[in-house]
Design a binder for this molecule. Structure first.
Ligand code: SF4
Length: 130
């Protein structure tokens, strides 16, 4: 919710403060994460669905949730993912994203996908990957 100038100042401040150090940043602001972070882990319903270098997440996402999340950004067309986030008290069976995934298959409803290792340290938790 910050104006562009204040946001740029804060991004620069964080960069200066963390130079030569490790930092874990938790945010919904993917653009800011890409400016500040080397690697990004995308979470949904309490688990990591995709992890890769920041530029890979932004330009070559493999998981359907990450792809949808990026399409929902104003700079990428503002196309929201249909449906809403599930309850963490009673999360969906199988793949937690299956009720909202445009590629969901029968197996997605009952089996929990494991993280698949792709190229260059890219990880994705989806039956379509790998
Ligand atoms: S495992 Fe199935 S439901 Fe989950 S993201 Fe992949 S295709 Fe979609």
């Amino acid at each position: 919710g910050l104006d562009a100038r204040t946001k740029a100042e804060i991004v620069n401040l964080i960069r200066d403060m963390t130079s030569g150090r490790s930092m874990l940043m938790i945010t919904h602001d993917l653009a800011a994460a890409c400016e500040i972070c080397d690697r990004i882990a995308v979470m949904y319903a309490g688990e990591i669905l995709e992890e890769a270098a920041a530029e890979t997440i932004l330009n070559d996402p493999q998981h359907p949730y990450t792809q949808g999340f990026i399409r929902s950004l104003p700079s990428r067309g503002l196309h929201p993912i249909s449906g809403s986030s599930p309850s963490l008290i009673d999360p969906p069976s199988g793949c937690r994203f299956h009720p909202r995934c445009p590629y969901a298959m029968e197996v997605c409803k009952s089996e929990h996908p494991q993280m698949v290792r792709l190229e260059n340290g890219h990880l994705s938790r989806c039956f379509l990957c790998g």
